[in-house]
Design a protein. Sequence first.
Length: 424
Amino acid sequence: MSSSRTIWTLLILLSLQNMAIKLMNLPLNRVIELRYCQQYYLRHDQSQIGPGGSIPEELCKLDSIQQKLAWMQGMIETLHIVCDLIVTIPLSALSDKSRQRLVLGLNVAGLSLMYMFIVLVGYFGILPVGAMLIGPVFTLLGGGNCAFMSTVYGLVTQAASVETQRSSYFAYISSVSYVILLTSPSISARTMTINLWLPFWIGIIMLLVALPVIFSLKTPSPDHNATVDSLETATLLRRGSIDIKRNRLNNSHHGVFLNSKETLQHLFRQVTQRKNFRYLLSVFLIVSLASSGTPILPQYISKRYGWTFAEAGYLLTVKAVVNVTLLTVIVPNAIKALHKYTRMSGVSINVASAKASEIISVVGVILVGSSTTMGFLIFCKSSEFSLCIKFANGISAGSIRDGIRNASFHPFTGEEPANCGTGC
């Protein structure tokens, strides 16, 4: 199979998986809220409960209900991420043994089971709401977004024969992500307006359709003569180091446990022996924690401004348009201008942009919390969120990539790079 066909298959798979998840995330707020709302009015005012257990959404914005909703959403997200973290390295080791289709299939199957279980709990009302916390456990089968994207990027790296081709393929992936970011909130809002359960059925069907797409994918066989360049471009979690990667290629009979152990040992050495690498990981951790409130933004909008979740979904589309415009037009042109009219290097510009973005992000978060009008909220949240994304993309593509490269051992001797200063 040609590399272009492999990439097109991956893009279709990425579209199905990403769109399915984003379609279901918004109405999940309403499903959980409705269950807690039913419990509340069963105890306090049963006359508010309509046929089939329906309750007007505006009656469900009580503080006690919203607090439970936020807690449940946070716990589901936390458990999902923990399960993803637990299985990512073992799955990446399995992927390195030319089992990419199996890894992707397990991933999509686990996500399908998770959302089907949550929908069944919400729809039938037989099990308590807390039973939804069992749903994320199904992702232990194949991980979450981290395991999925790690495998996808690994396949892209294998499919690309030259660096320019690889860059184009990564650009295609980014383009698909942008399109989904733009369209998914409004599609989700529209479908849940028609029927609350419609986006779930569409999303689950899309995940099920993704399974035959995965098994139609012809994964490339491992290259035992892989070059240093191709090995260096592999994602960090898919390889512990160039030495580990070569060991995996030359010793394919080794088990997944041994490969996972080698990767963990390598990462531990990098964290303990490289100061800059520790800083980089710490920054990513802190930024990720700071942006972890993004999934509950629809609830914040709905509660504070009295909007329905569907209306909040349309608002998220407007926000996405602003974000994509900043990411694809304004910020890149600003960086090009800095390159052209200043003497700053690319890494210096990235680092300076990171510092500026974090300062503006802090100001943006404060303004979001104190905003009193919807227009002011859109402005503040778009600026803060977009600059955080720019930080993650720009720095990882520039200075963080260089930092990780400098933090690695020499590919052949295992020694520190000669040009590494005391700060590494």
